[in-house]
Design a protein around this ligand. Structure first.
Ligand code: FAD
Ligand code: DLZ
Ligand code: SF4
Length: 508
């Protein structure tokens, strides 16, 4: 677009999760000629009722990014939420800007969510460019997926290792293996030194946004302050360095551990920066890889971390675009129960659930195992409608965008896609949570009791889930052991489990 000296000015549309100066749309534009459009709109803040911290993070990062573009010489039309002329939809703002500025051509990097891609496809004169901030394009993923009976992340991940050269020594993976998870996933120890993610002091721009969010979104879920997320690329880079220095070496060992008073453990808490465009996946992985070659972090941690980003993150994006629009409606197990109110209040006697939800409310963050094996596991066992579960996850986490959240929830966590993403449901009784956390010691329920009023609710619910869904799951070879255990129980014991589960479900 820059090469034609006679071309007309264009509108370069930058969305709230496209805050990268090298996004496709900005690369296609010219600071001398074109106008950037950014808009804070109610439609995006409320298509699910996002956590207050998430809205504040996105708005503040958008405002800082607009200032950065202006400093670099771009003209920016920045529409604030409280602008009286705001139409409160992105398509409305594109049309309004085109009209006001007398511009007929607009350019945008493809949005991450299907609903917005659909809305943009109806906008005349809007050119959508592929989002090349990912390692695999849609086309590459489709080609890889085509003709495969099962899509398994591990094989896709190896392709991404070969493509990027990360942790590769020629054609061979570093250390002679692709995956070092056998050395990871230790239970926690409470005397571990616990790092914290880097905390950023809110500046004037962020303070103004916090006031706005408190005024306009007072009834949304979540605690707004203290607010410590970075809101600039520079701040996000500092958070990356901090993670590599203080937490990465132990990331692998304690990846699946949970401790009541430690919301972050050795996790990076970078997903919100990465998904908003403040960091790129490859720069994170190269930084982490360097720590390994410099002898600052062990291979099990570095390989495990890189796998999450070039493996899981790319893989779930591929699945999303392969299977939308139907994917978010899938309900293989026919789960229909409404989401219990305590997902919003944390008012439950289950200590593990109360810890995960309280922390989600306060930080707009929970780490992977809390999302998968606590709140996700409970919803799966209790048979909660996957659409309600999906909408909860999309609303409550600062890193949540549908392209990454939906495959994790609908596929990995709720098995609602029937096993496209994962080979078996992540269903577990209380003993898994007891092994990986310190929650059970302080719980009103007894994790060792299998049935009855004081039994850990996860225990009877696990068997109720297996029995309820036997038609769909009994044939799964990875669940053979569980069904054989069930079959060996006396009828009386089986009935005790099912009766206890009904009591738990009735209380929901
Ligand atoms: P770390 O544990 O430090 O991991 C490093 C990075 O790897 C993350 O920042 C993230 O970019 C990537 N990553 C790790 N696991 C996954 C995964 N399964 N899928 C995609 N990327 C991954 N991640 C999101 O970014 N947005 C979501 O909305 C989201 N929803 C989830 C819902 C459920 C039910 C589950 C089980 C997982 C979800 N995840 C989601 C994946 C993962 O839980 C988060 O990426 C992670 O907890 C973010 O925290 P972190 O940055 O400290 O990650
Ligand atoms: C998440 C979000 C929020 C809360 N607000 C805005 C906004 O006001 N303006 C905007 O351009 N983007 C916002 N976003 C990010 C978008 O929802 C995101 O671009 C789409 O979901 C596509 O991934
Ligand atoms: Fe959670 Fe059950 Fe342990 Fe209580 S006993 S913390 S409900 S796993």
């Amino acid at each position: 677009m820059t090469s034609d000296p006679n071309r007309q000015p264009a509108l370069i549309v930058v969305l709230g999760d496209q805050l990268s100066t090298d996004s496709a749309a900005l690369r296609a534009g010219s600071a001398d000629l074109d106008m950037v459009l950014m808009a804070e709109v109610m439609d995006e803040a409320q298509y699910v009722r996002h956590h207050k911290k998430k809205i504040a993070f996105v708005f503040s990062a958008m405002r800082h990014f607009a200032a950065q573009l202006e400093a670099a010489g771009w003209q920016v039309r920045y529409v604030r939420l409280d602008d009286p002329a705001n139409t409160h939809s992105l398509t409305g703002e594109i049309e309004r800007a085109k009209h006001d500025l007398n511009i007929s051509r607009a350019v945008v990097t493809e949005p991450g969510e299907y609903r917005l891609a659909q809305a943009f496809s109806g906008c005349e004169g809007l050119h959508v460019l592929p989002d090349d901030r990912f390692i695999a394009s849609h086309h590459e993923f489709r080609q890889w997926a085509e003709g495969r009976k099962q899509l398994r992340m591990e094989y896709f991940y190896r392709e991404m290792r070969r493509k990027t050269g990360l942790l590769m020594s020629g054609d061979t993976p570093e250390g002679g293996r692709w995956n070092f998870d056998a050395e990871n996933r230790k239970p926690p120890k409470s005397d571990l030194f616990m790092p914290r993610p880097l905390e950023t002091e809110p500046d004037e721009i962020t303070q103004e946004v916090l006031t706005l969010v408190e005024a306009k979104f007072a009834d949304h879920f979540g605690t707004l302050t203290p607010f410590w997320f970075a809101v600039t690329r520079q701040g996000a880079l500092a958070a990356l360095d901090h993670f590599v220095d203080v937490a990465l070496p132990q990331f692998g060992d304690y990846q699946d551990a949970m401790l009541s008073d430690e919301p972050f453990l050795y996790h990076s808490v970078l997903a919100q920066y990465l998904n908003a465009g403040l960091l790129s996946p490859l720069e994170i992985c190269r930084r982490v890889e360097r720590a390994y070659y410099d002898g600052d972090a062990p291979l099990n941690a570095v390989e495990g971390y890189i796998r999450q980003i070039i493996g899981w993150r790319e893989f779930v994006r591929g699945i999303y675009w392969l299977r939308m629009p139907g994917y978010i409606q899938e309900n293989y197990l026919g789960a229909k129960r409404p989401l219990p109110a305590f997902y919003w209040t944390a008012d439950t006697d289950m200590a593990c659930m109360a810890a995960a939800i309280t922390q989600t409310r306060d930080e707009a963050y929970a780490h992977h195992i809390q999302r998968l094996m606590v709140t996700g596991n409970f919803a799966l066992l209790a048979g909660i409608d996957p659409v309600e579960v999906h909408e909860w996850y999309l609303a409550v986490y600062a890193d949540a965008y549908e392209w990454v959240e939906a495959p994790n929830v609908i596929g990995m966590s709720q098995f609602a896609d029937g096993g496209l993403l994962g080979s078996k449901p992540y269903a577990a009784s209380g003993s898994y949570i007891n092994k990986m956390s310190d929650h059970c010691a302080a719980c009103r329920y007894d994790v060792k009791q299998k049935t009855g009023e004081d039994a850990c609710p996860f225990n009877p619910l696990y068997w109720d889930f297996m029995v309820r869904n036997a038609d769909q799951l009994r044939g799964n070879p990875r669940l053979g052991h569980s069904y054989r255990t069930w079959d060996r129980m006396t009828e009386g014991k089986q009935q005790d489990y099912l009766d206890s589960a009904q009591k738990v479900l009735a209380r929901l």
